[in-house]
Design a protein around this ligand. Structure first.
Ligand code: ZN
Length: 431
């Protein structure tokens, strides 16, 4: 049941003592990077002697990482690093994260631990449908799956026909997949008259990289006949493997022997108590090449204080509600796209593809939700469709506190994109 029981079930006091020792060492190591030498110079402390000392240190942001381009945060000689990953830089410098050989070994072990926790075993066949390359999703899971001992297929994303062929030929049991792509794969299997579970042996999917609701997870499980597990990570920490669900699928265990977590108020930066929702702030505890302190992830979540039934002592975070940057402000009201998805997925007859459009009309923000519905509904009466539209509008209003415009469209009316799906089109800046 456990990859490493001593660590996963370590008593809290012992775990905290381990965190403190690692944090203190990491602090000293970080001082040999040009960035942290300067960043910490203004701080009130010269060493860390308690976990509370961390709060006295300034945050690190994505902009800090950009400013430190290309290797201002690296605290080992560059020749000791063996790999870098980089974010797509749409504005300014990209962020770059470096790893030593040891960092990569530790990351693979964390991934293996996470996959094992979800139920993966060495007899499984793992088809990795995530992008390889600078994005950490592909290589991160890849090395974890190999470390666990699974037969690993580095197929990468896209080409659904080929994915299905591989699923069948190699008896794949576990796939790593974007949630939006899992829904498309399910539709493609259905179109090919193939039954998941009968014509394929897929039993589990690992979903990550796109925020999605519980409703989408349940839909993936139902359509593919699998268990779907959430995986959380970010390249600034290592990549996937920071937190992962156990068999109870009730929050994600965040590996506290590797990361120190805080939840802060996104406005004031003040630390919030367990159970309260806020921004996740993470500190690496044993990274060699590039320790990062108090990183503002922009991800909104909360710590689940209750212990988990599985016996692991590493605390859980709740499903990521969305990125702070994803939040839309519509005529002064805060709306997360995930709130809209949650409502849509709870309505029967509603398909899996939707898009949210925001524009200005008479100086007011107008939010329109276009959503695909099942084919059979289009053969019904016009009144029936109008009634469904109104019904969805009413349910959305209960969630987001104002009434959006809902437009029902036929299946496949919304164009499918390769890679990460974009659910929001905000046209306000260009009006
Ligand atoms: Zn658990």
């Amino acid at each position: 049941m456990y990859w490493n029981k001593d660590i996963e079930c370590m008593p809290r006091e012992k775990l905290q003592a381990l965190q403190l020792k690692r944090l203190a060492d990491s602090f000293q190591r970080a001082l040999s990077s040009p960035f942290y030498k300067e960043h910490f110079a203004s701080g009130k402390i010269k060493s860390i002697s308690s976990l509370d000392d961390l709060e006295k240190l300034p945050f690190t942001t994505k902009d800090d990482l950009r400013r430190a381009f290309p290797h201002g945060l690296v605290c080992v000689p560059i020749e000791e690093t063996v790999r870098l990953h980089s974010s797509s830089g749409t504005t300014g410098n990209p962020t770059v994260v470096y790893h030593t050989k040891n960092d990569l070994d530790i990351w693979a072990d964390l991934m293996a631990r996470s996959l094992y926790m979800a139920g993966a075993r060495k007899e499984d066949v793992f088809q990795n449908m995530m992008g390889y390359g600078l994005f950490t999703g592909g290589l991160g899971l890849h090395y974890g799956a190999e470390k666990l001992g699974m037969l690993t297929i580095p197929i990468g994303p896209g080409n659904t026909h080929r994915q299905i062929w591989f699923l069948q030929q190699f008896h794949t049991t576990i796939a790593h997949i974007l949630p939006s792509y899992a829904l498309r794969l399910a539709a493609a299997l259905r179109d090919a008259n193939l039954e998941s579970g009968k014509d394929t042996r897929l039993k589990m999917v690992i979903v990550g990289a796109e925020p999605h609701t519980e409703g989408v997870r349940r839909k993936i499980e139902e359509l593919l006949g699998v268990k779907a597990f959430n995986c959380y990570g970010l390249s600034e920490m290592c990549g996937p493997g920071v937190a992962f669900e156990c068999e109870h699928q009730n929050g994600l265990h965040l590996w506290e022997d590797h990361f120190f977590m805080e939840i802060v108020d996104p406005e004031t930066g003040k630390r919030l108590p367990d159970g309260e929702e806020g921004e996740l702030v993470l500190t690496t505890l044993i990274r060699e090449a590039m320790p990062v302190f108090r990183y503002r992830t922009r991800d909104i979540t909360s710590i689940i204080p209750e212990p988990c039934l599985c016996g692991r002592t590493h605390r859980r975070i709740s499903r990521i509600k969305g990125r702070d940057d994803d939040m839309l402000i519509i005529n002064g009201v805060n709306v997360f796209p995930m709130q809209i998805e949650k409502v849509l997925m709870s309505i029967s007859g509603v398909g899996t593809n939707y898009i949210i459009e925001v524009k200005k009309q008479n100086y007011m923000d107008k939010l329109t939700v276009k959503v695909e519905i099942h084919e059979e509904l289009f053969t019904g009466t016009l009144e029936g469709l109008e009634k469904l539209e109104l019904d969805i509008e009413r349910q959305l209003k209960d969630e987001i506190l104002f009434t959006p415009v809902v437009k029902l469209v036929e299946p496949n009316a919304i164009p499918v994109v390769q890679g990460k799906v974009k659910r929001v089109i905000d046209l306000r800046q260009t009006d």
